[in-house]
Design a protein around this ligand. Structure first.
Ligand code: FAD
Length: 381
C-alpha cells in the first residue's frame, strides 16, 4: 500500500506543488511544509512550455491553465535598438501539432493557485519554516522555527535556491550573485491602451549585454508583463528584491526602441531582483532525502525554464518511485537523478548563457520533451 509511507515536502513553490499533487495521485501520504504564512498574487509572469503542459495533463490541470493563459503564436526576438527581427520561433498551433501541447504565458500567482488546487487544505501546512533536519536511518526528523517537530519516511527538498535540505546534504554555501539583476513590472491593459504601439504577445528585446522579455499574463490580454536582465556589478543588498523606478528603467534602456520606451512610460511600479546561481551539485540525494528544482539546479531565468525544470523533476521523481517501488527507495532516487541530471544541467547552462532563441533555432529538444514517453536510462548497480 503506497499510503503506508509518509512523504514530507519542504516548500510549496511550483516544484513542491507539482510533486505533492503527483505523489498524492499515486496514492502516497503527503504533507507539505511551507515557511510562508500564505501565498499572494505577487507581480510576476511565467512561461510554461509544452514540456510542462504535458505534465499538467497528468495532474488534471492542463485545461484550466490553458484557459487562463495567453497563447502566443510566436516568440519573437528583436534588436532592442533597431527593432529588426532576429528570430521568429513558431508556437501557437505549431506547438500543439509539433510538440504535443500548448505554449502559454500566465501570471505566476494564478498558475500557482491552480497547481495547488488538487490538494486538500490540510495537505499544506503554512508557517512551517524548516530549521533543521536529521536522517536517523529509518526516518527523517524535522524541526521547525516555531519549535514543533515532525517525522516522515522520506523528505523532498523543494525549498528553493537557499534550500535547508541542500545545506544538510552538502554543507552551508551561499549561492553566487551572477552580476545581473531582473526588473519586473506588470502593466494593465488600460495603461497600454494609452500608447499607439503594437504590443506583441511574446517578445524579447535584446542588445549585447541586456534584454527585456515581454508578454501577456492572461488569456484576456488585459495584463502585460516585462522582466529584464541588466548587468549590475555593484549589487550589495541582502534583500530578495528592492523597488526600482521608471527613471532607473529609462537609464538602463536608453536608446531602446519606441515600444520599449512606451512600456517604461506605462510602468506604475517596478521591482529589481538579484539573479543568483549555483554550479551543478555533486549530489541530489542521500538515503531518505532528495532534492528538486531550484534547491538543486538554480539558474538565471533567461530561458524561462527554471520552474519548468522543477516541475519536470517532480514528475520524473514520482515516475521513478512508481517504477521501482519504495522498498528500494535508494534505487528509485538514483534512477530519478540519472534521468534528470543531464537535461537539467543542459537547461541550466543554456539559460545562464542567455542565448536561447536569440537567433532562429529549433527548440524541439526542450519543448518537445515528453517526460512520460521518454525511455528511462538504466543505472548500473
Ligand atoms: P521556489 O519557487 O523558490 O519555491 C521554494 C518554496 O520553498 C517557497 O515557497 C519557499 O517559501 C519555501 N521554503 C524555502 N525555504 C524553506 C524552509 N526552510 N522551510 C519551509 N519552506 C521553505 N521559470 C520558468 O519556468 N519560466 C519563467 O518564465 C521564469 N521566469 C523567471 C523570472 C525571474 C526574474 C526569476 C528570478 C525566475 C524565473 N523563473 C522562471 C524560475 C523559477 O521562478 C524558479 O526556477 C522556480 O520558482 C523554482 O521552483 P522551486 O519550487 O524549485 O522553488
Amino acid at each position: 500500500m503506497n499510503s503506508e509511507k509518509r512523504f514530507a515536502i519542504i516548500g510549496a513553490g511550483l516544484g513542491g506543488a507539482a510533486v505533492a499533487v503527483l505523489l498524492k495521485q499515486a496514492g502516497f501520504d503527503v504533507t507539505v511544509y511551507e515557511r510562508a504564512p500564505r501565498f499572494s498574487r505577487l507581480g510576476a509572469g511565467i512561461h510554461m512550455g509544452p514540456n510542462v503542459m504535458k505534465i499538467f495533463r497528468k495532474m488534471g490541470i492542463e485545461e484550466k491553465v490553458s484557459l487562463m493563459s495567453s497563447h502566443p503564436d510566436y516568440w519573437f526576438s528583436r534588436d532592442g535598438l533597431t527593432g529588426e527581427y532576429m528570430s521568429r520561433i513558431p508556437l501557437g498551433e505549431f506547438a500543439l501539432k509539433e510538440y504535443g501541447a500548448a505554449y502559454v504565458t500566465v501570471h505566476r500567482g494564478d498558475l500557482h493557485d491552480v497547481m495547488l488546487s488538487p490538494l486538500d487544505e490540510t495537505d499544506v501546512i503554512f508557517n512551517k519554516h524548516l530549521e533543521s533536519i536529521e536522517d536517523t536511518g529509518n526516518e527523517v526528523l524535522m524541526t521547525f522555527a516555531d519549535g514543533t517537530e515532525a517525522k516522515a519516511d522520506f523528505v523532498i527538498g523543494a525549498d528553493g535556491i537557499n534550500s535547508m535540505v541542500r545545506e544538510n546534504l552538502l554543507g552551508k554555501e551561499e549561492p553566487t550573485y551572477s552580476g545581473w539583476v531582473a526588473h519586473r513590472a506588470l502593466i494593465t491593459g488600460e495603461q497600454l491602451a494609452k500608447f499607439d504601439h503594437d504590443f506583441e504577445d511574446c517578445i524579447k528585446w535584446w542588445t549585447e549585454d541586456r534584454h527585456m522579455m515581454v508578454y501577456y499574463t492572461t488569456g484576456r490580454r488585459d495584463e502585460y508583463y516585462y522582466v529584464t536582465g541588466v548587468p549590475d556589478p555593484d549589487w550589495n543588498s541582502s534583500a530578495s528584491f528592492v523597488d526600482s523606478s521608471r527613471e532607473e528603467m529609462r537609464e538602463a534602456f536608453d536608446g531602446y526602441h519606441g515600444t520599449v520606451q512606451a512600456l517604461i512610460d506605462a510602468t506604475e511600479s517596478v521591482t529589481k531582483w538579484p539573479l543568483k546561481n549555483r554550479n551543478p551539485l555533486p549530489l541530489w540525494r542521500r538515503n531518505r532525502m532528495v532534492l528538486l528544482g531550484d534547491a538543486c539546479h538554480p539558474m538565471k531565468p533567461h530561458m524561462a525554464q527554471g520552474a519548468a525544470m522543477a516541475i519536470e523533476d517532480a514528475a520524473m521523481l514520482v515516475r521513478c518511485i512508481e517504477e521501482v517501488g519504495l522498498s528500494n527507495f535508494e534505487t528509485a532516487f538514483e534512477l530519478y537523478e540519472a534521468n534528470r541530471k543531464d537535461r537539467a544541467t543542459r537547461v541550466q547552462t543554456t539559460s545562464n548563457a542567455n542565448t536561447w532563441l536569440r537567433t532562429q533555432e529549433d527548440p524541439a529538444w526542450c519543448f518537445g520533451y515528453d517526460l512520460y514517453n521518454e525511455p528511462l536510462k538504466n543505472i548500473s548497480k
